[in-house]
Ligand binder design. Sequence first.
Ligand code: ATP
Length: 298
Amino acid sequence: MPPVQLRAPAKLNLYLRIVGRRPDGYHELETVFERIDLADELTFEPWPDSTVTLTTDHPTLSVGPDNLILKAAKLLQQTAGVSTGAAIRLTKRIPVAGGLGGGSSDAATTLLGLNDLWGLSWSRARLKPLAAQLGSDVPFFLEEAAVAVGRGRGERCEPLRGVPTLWHVLVALPTALSTKDIFDDWDCAQAGAALTVPEGSLKILAHALSNGSLSELAQGLVNDLTPVAIRRCPLIATILSRLHEAGCPVVLMSGSGPTVFGLCRDESHARTIADSLRAKGSPTWTIHVVRTERCGGE
Ligand code: ATP
């Protein structure tokens, strides 16, 4: 069996609202995910016994059982009753704990890669419950859609069709923010207050996305976690204003941060803004020009 090689793309959250609290401690979300062309790379090779091994070029990321790749491999191996193993290699390009869903994407890609390597021929629909068990953002990466609305913990996804390719400047920071800490901070900040999410705001965004109008998008993009993330990492606020000053009409934080991005008119607009930020910003910021990554068949 030849090695299976797959890209594991990152996501941005174009919209993230907390619409409820759940008895299980999770939050009820409404979010819009966008797959982008910043990606990790995973290679899967057969292994003679049931062992699954993981190696990576990342200097500090654990390759132990806590890595989501090994969790996904074990879960699929046990659920499908597979007795063969795999040697998995990860080339890490997505910043870790940056709000870009790198671990979740790696987990979903592992389900797809091993499904292929082990000749299981499971459909994506059959893999989805495993994905949801691995994490709230994992099922999105099994969707054959570049943009999708996520509900529940984010795991109930519905593709949003007809969104044109979007161009972004993305600024990643060396700071890692824990998703759990940010949600805990949000709970403390709310202190049990009633949640008020304006009716129809997701519809307004979906409409703006379908016609790609930046001025309309400026009204619709929102991330409820931004104020609490800024309290832990004030640099987020600085970068949001720098992106705005550099000419991005719409700026936002992704997920639980700290990665921040701006929407641009087109590729050349994005490259101009990225160059200006590189010239004026700190060398510790990593600046990427990224765009929507389409899936096969879209
Ligand atoms: P979340 O999906 O929780 O919002 P994130 O997108 O901010 O996370 P990730 O890069 O997915 O960030 O990392 C979240 C945590 O998962 C980190 O603490 C990291 O150590 C752990 N982790 C486990 N496996 C991986 C992996 N393959 N790649 C990145 N992080 C991983």
